[in-house]
Design a protein around this ligand. Structure first.
Ligand SMILES: NC(=O)C1=CN([C@@H]2O[C@H](COP(=O)(O)OP(=O)(O)OC[C@H]3O[C@@H](n4cnc5c(N)ncnc54)[C@H](OP(=O)(O)O)[C@@H]3O)[C@@H](O)[C@H]2O)C=CC1
Ligand SMILES: O=C(O)[C@@H]1CCC=N1
Length: 270
């Protein structure tokens, strides 16, 4: 059996690690690395996987998954390039880091795959978009699809879409939680106890998402079904239009897309 290394065990790295174990991957097929010794000890105790330095992890694995912040990639590549096994696949979950940038810091011919995941992977409902670099073969893409499918859905897209994907599904959960927070506060303002408001909003978000996915109906149709003529929903939606909420969402996602495109550029280009 092959070994997969996860380098960086913060929010997203631990999400993937825990998800693979939940999906039935053997702990002995995984190795995790983080720069701080105490974090490695924590991960070892919590998940029962081997941990080590970046060099240990890269040297032990056929698939090396990078889950450090984009800004930390320039520090990690020189460490792993000397230690990597010949032919090992490098997978990056880092926002904004392009496959050519990774290829340039790794041994010639290294296959690289770029992925944009999201945190609903913590409940096996993640959405990941996958793009191969110039040395990635269909087998490499299949390997990464299998990894990400363990924690949700995975789709392959051309790399030119990755900044937009990051803005939509990568950061997306945060926008939806923001809407949830706003609706809970609104409920409290309208006089509901906070726990009741939280339950109403959470279940409404969950049920609406399930209805959208399972019905396959267009969101406009689903929205129109809620909107009775002259009723409450129409009154609320009018206020959202007056406050240009849709335009604000589009601007927000343009900003996220631009930030992704900017994140991993060398300082002189910024
Ligand atoms: N959080 C999310 O929702 C998503 C994140 N991502 C991507 O995942 C990556 C990680 O993000 P996230 O998990 O949120 O960030 P975190 O800061 O939570 O995790 C990064 C981890 O990597 C460690 N680290 C930093 N430098 C090194 C190094 N040189 N060697 C080994 N470990 C190192 C960090 O340690 P320390 O704490 O000491 O810095 C930390 O434990 C990012 O590139 C991000 O773009 C992608 C999609 C969604
Ligand atoms: O905020 C970020 O930069 C990361 C990438 C997508 C979600 N979180």
């Amino acid at each position: 059996m092959s070994t997969t290394a996860i380098i960086g065990t913060g929010v997203m790295g631990e999400t993937l690690l825990a998800g693979l174990l939940r999906a039935g991957w053997s702990a002995s097929d995984l190795i995790a690395a983080d720069r701080r010794e105490y974090r490695r000890a924590e991960v070892e105790a919590k998940h029962g996987v081997r941990t080590g330095t970046n060099v240990d992890a890269a040297g032990a694995a056929d698939t090396v998954v990078l889950v450090v912040k984009p800004q930390d990639i320039p520090e990690v590549l020189p460490e792993i390039r000397e230690a990597m096994r010949p032919g090992a696949l490098v997978v990056s979950l880092c926002a904004g880091v392009q496959t050519w940038q990774l290829e340039a810091g790794l041994p010639d011919g290294t296959p690289v795959v770029r992925v944009m995941p999201n945190t609903p992977a913590q409940v096996d409902e993640g959405m990941a978009a996958i793009s191969g670099g110039k040395n990635a073969t269909p087998e490499h893409l299949d390997r990464v699809t299998a990894i990400m499918s363990a924690v949700g859905k995975a789709v392959t897209v051309p790399e030119k879409y990755q900044d937009a994907v990051t803005a939509i599904s990568g950061s997306g959960p945060a926008y939806l939680f923001f809407v949830v927070e706003a609706m809970i506060d609104a409920g409290v303002m309208l006089g509901l106890p906070r726990d009741v408001s939280t339950l109403l909003v959470s279940q409404t978000m969950y049920g609406s998402a399930k209805l959208l996915v399972e019905s396959g109906e267009h969101p406009t149709v689903l929205r129109e079904r809620v909107t009775s003529p002259g009723g409450t929903t129409a009154a609320a939606l009018r206020e959202l239009e007056v406050h240009r909420v849709k335009a604000a969402f589009i601007s927000a996602m343009e900003a996220a897309r631009d930030r992704s495109a900017h994140l991993a550029r060398p300082a002189k280009e910024k």
